[in-house]
Design a protein around this ligand. Sequence first.
Ligand code: ADP
Length: 193
Amino acid sequence: MKYRSILLFGAPGSGKGTQGKIFGVIPHFFHCACGDVFRNLRTDSELGRIFVAYSSRGELVPDETTVALWRESIGQTIAAGRFHPDEDTLVLDGIPRNVEQAGMLSDSLDVAGVYYLRLVNPENLVARIQRRAIKENRLDDANLDVIRQRLKTYEKETKPVLKFYGKRLVHEINADQTPARVLADILRIAVKH
Ligand code: ADP
């Protein structure tokens, strides 16, 4: 079966997680952040070690591993009765993160819209990410070289996902606004579909 989905898309630090968390408490939306699925792994497990190895370098975890873990995690949320695919819209944040993943997931996702959180002043990203590192105790956010690498990975590997879905599905949102205004802009479009 295909899950009706909307994708939160944007650079690291663009506010996807903040919006995703809000969506997570609106009835009939189910939020899934791929980074959280990875961070919930035990660091002494095989997959946990793979995650730390890649994320600490600012690189993407290999696609097969990512997609398999994601499928397993979604299956568990359905089995636990937290996500009801027949009634809920899945709000994805952090996946698909490259064109290969988008292709692999096309059998599972019925994408209703892609919300591209676009920052007009990307210089602010590094500062945003560093603030978050302190607040959320995130290893991959602490080091400047790693942050720069993650922004490069985003430009090179993740951005082409926008072309994959195409103009009809992609909605550009000004991510320099307050979280409430960003939410208002997304909802204005999302509730029409
Ligand atoms: P951010 O929102 O700041 O980009 P995430 O929490 O989404 O960070 O991801 C943290 C790290 O987890 C990424 O840098 C990457 O190494 C790994 N990761 C998360 N999602 C994926 C994915 N879909 N494919 C590959 N790696 C991923």
